[in-house]
Design a protein around this ligand. Sequence first.
Ligand code: EPZ
Length: 438
Amino acid sequence: MDKFRITGGRPLSGRVTVSGAKNSALPCLAAAILTPETVTLHNVPYVRDCMTQRRLLEDLGATVLVPDLRTHKITAANIELFEAPYELVKTMRASVLALGPLVARFGKAKVSLPGGCAIGTRPIDLHLEALKLLGAQVSLESGNIVARAPQGGRLVGSDVTFPKVTVTGTENLLMAATLARGTTVLRNAAREPEVEDLADLLNRMGARVRGAGTDTITIEGVEALGGAEHTIIPDRIETGTFLVAAAITGGELEVKDCRPDHLGAVTGRLREAGVEIEEVNPTTLHARRSPKGLVARDVTTEPYPDFPTDMQAQYMALLTQAAGSARVTETIFENRFMHASEMQRMGASIRVESNSTAVVEGPTGLSGARVQASDLRASASLVLAGLAARGETVIERVYHIDRGYEKIEAKLRAVGADIERLRESVTAQLPPAETLTA
Ligand code: EPZ
């Protein structure tokens, strides 16, 4: 498994470009299942999770052409399999986004029940309860969710209130409702920009979605959807990660091709913590640490538009360099502090009080160490800590970071970071020489 080797202590400086949003590309790729015509997506990030979603589409029978690295042309004209198998779902939970489109267009779907992951159990009960309200029969058969539209026909529009905000739950139901008979209203819907981006694509395909981006989305079902062309929005979490990279290294970065309007809670909190952020233009931010230094500020993660859970680990890394004590409260996932113990091994002063609160004292000098990535955003926070640390940090299992960050080591090296990828060499797996001659 690949590793990163970082020699920290170098202020970053220069210009970095943000890639497309993984968490928009994943539902948009699944949306192509809703039509036999070609859906063309631009600005798809070159990350592992999108490759996995592409493989799922191809396993279902769709063709996916990739004329250039970040453009995907999906044609789901010959779907002959209606199943998202265990081996795919266990590597990427977002495969459950095939559920809504398959049931909506074909009246049936079988999706392996995703197991938990490092950050939590992550059930999909809210997806399933909502699909039942649209008339689907849902059963659990040897670890697979089997869903069928009534009498194998079409789903029926309904009024659905989510008891809890769920991003992919909202997206699954949004896609399912586009082909249902009648009107569906989704209440307490997720308001993330990625939900809005999906709705933009669906409307280009001929759907009738109103209110995406608010907590109430209304969908008038239509008979069929057509092809469309769409450009995925920039990744707001990658953007936030680079803003922190500038501040934690005492450097300054110009972050291009981003959407500052998707990042209000993050830039607001970072500014309060002593990060000087200037909106250069509607798609460019400039960030640096204030000459007065970083100051510790509490943070609580909440659904959009408040501070995103996907920025919690990166913000915790910044807090290790901020003066004072701050409380980090994680309200979305039950086990999202695994990065804390790895940062402690680098010298950070972090007290994890429960699975939802941790207190960080700073500033503390960090020193390089061998650390282990546990999940996507935790690994990003360890890269940030490594950039700020004195000496050498080796981060193991960087396949986690490859799931959601496109070529992060190349982007960081281009702005002055001393970071390299240590590929698991083939020779390392060969038996010792003496056995070869035996
Ligand atoms: C999406 O996950 C994102 N993934 C996550 O990003 C992100 O952290 C999360 O939303 C919260 O913003 C994608 O969009 C592909 P949820 P999702 O359903 O949809 C509970 C990353 O790093 N819940 O909004 O799976 C759930 O356990 C990833 O890019 C239920 O109880 O998250 C959690 O506590 C990590 N039952 C809370 O709701 C359900 O049926 C929010 O989960 C669904 C969710």
